[in-house]
Unconditional design. Structure first.
Length: 149
């Protein structure tokens, strides 16, 4: 697959359940250390706050959503690609789209999500700080990263 097979469009309210399911499946694969119960709780926030209120861009193959990026100004609130579609350039395409829009991006990644951390390093992000707890104060270390266009 090439990036020409991927289209990126703005989030639509009708995307909510598809993207929520995509988020859960990708999170379960990448964030298993958080536990399924916590991920189910976070899924409610994704559906009620993050997807509807962030600047969300959806990557599609045909009309089918296969990934999304949620932006809060220049901060990436989340970048998720369907596990069956990972490694095909979708995450890179979403990052390129966001960088073209914003010029600079920052994010927090769980330190235990080694795959995502390496992905962001390969995509030119650099670490600027580490925190021993997540944004809820729980003992899940995070890494703050930044990249300019």
């Amino acid at each position: 697959m090439s990036n020409t097979d991927i289209t990126i469009r703005a989030y639509r309210p009708s995307d909510l359940h598809v993207l929520s399911s995509l988020w859960f499946n990708a999170s379960l694969a990448a964030h298993a250390f958080l536990g399924e119960q916590r991920l189910r709780q976070q899924q409610q926030l994704v559906e009620t706050i993050y997807l509807p209120k962030a600047e969300t861009w959806v990557a599609c193959m045909g009309e089918h959503p296969v990934g999304f990026i949620g932006l809060i100004d220049h901060f990436i609130g989340g970048l998720f690609v369907s596990p069956s579609q990972q490694g095909k350039g979708i995450g890179r395409a979403l990052l390129s789209h966001a960088l073209a829009l914003k010029g600079e991006l920052s994010l927090d990644v769980y330190a235990d999500n080694h795959g995502a951390h390496l992905f962001y390093l390969r995509e030119g992000f650099r670490e600027i700080s580490r925190n021993s707890v997540d944004d809820e104060g729980l003992p899940f270390p995070t890494i703050r990263m930044i990249r300019s266009a």
